[in-house]
Design a protein around this ligand. Structure first.
Ligand code: IMP
Ligand code: MG
Length: 185
């Protein structure tokens, strides 16, 4: 695999800015969930970096759990509508105050399907916390209660987001060079 610098057009959110915004989100979430039974659900794999940084900023007690989904279509961006659970939660969410932690909302289909599915399990409340919102590309209506950054319609990577499963470790959000990588539709 090539060095990420060969694929990087620009850093759109540097590490400092990311961490500062995450601290703000953590503050807001901590206020909103005081006295509640908070369960953070991270959608693998892109949400991992965000989850671990976000939870360190929370001052309210909470649990974490993980799930992974894949789309029925072949699109790498999982934008074809219905999703299939490839890894389910280990805990019951009935009566819990659930906060879904996602890396990016693009078309919105993935998170919309996850919301539909989790609602059948009767949580007390269900909200979405997304680090990035590619609002221009939205096809499914999704309520994003906590949003880190609205970003332009460009393919981004780093901080959990991958290019063909690589570069998730980068501490910033970068835009890919269109001449070097063709983003999947
Ligand atoms: P949606 O169902 O179209 O909202 O797709 C959401 C998923 O597509 C995200 O969880 C990411 O895995 C992936 N995705 C969307 N846009 C990007 C991007 O710019 N870079 C990397 N992955 C992306
Ligand atoms: Mg994802």
């Amino acid at each position: 695999m090539q060095d990420y610098r060969e694929l990087l057009a620009e850093i759109i959110i540097p590490e400092k800015e990311l961490q500062a915004r995450i601290r703000e989100l953590g503050k807001e979430i901590s206020q909103d969930y005081q006295g509640k039974d908070l369960l953070l659900i991270c959608i693998l794999r892109g949400g991992v970096m965000f989850l671990t940084d976000l939870m360190r900023t929370l001052t309210v007690p909470h649990n974490i759990d993980f799930m992974a989904v894949s789309s029925y279509g072949s699109g790498v961006r999982q934008s074809s509508g219905q999703v299939r659970i490839t890894l389910d939660l280990t805990t019951s969410i009935e009566g819990r105050d659930v906060l879904l932690v996602e890396d990016i909302i693009d078309s919105g289909h993935t998170i919309a399907s996850v919301i539909d599915l989790l609602n059948t399990r009767r949580p007390h409340s269900l909200r979405v916390c997304a680090l990035l919102d590619k609002a221009e590309r939205r096809e499914a209506e999704v309520p994003i209660h906590y949003c880190g950054f609205v970003i332009p319609n460009k393919f981004v990577f780093g901080y959990g987001l991958d290019i063909d499963e690589y570069y998730r470790n980068l501490p910033f959000i970068g835009v890919v060079r269109p001449d070097k990588y063709l983003a999947p539709e």
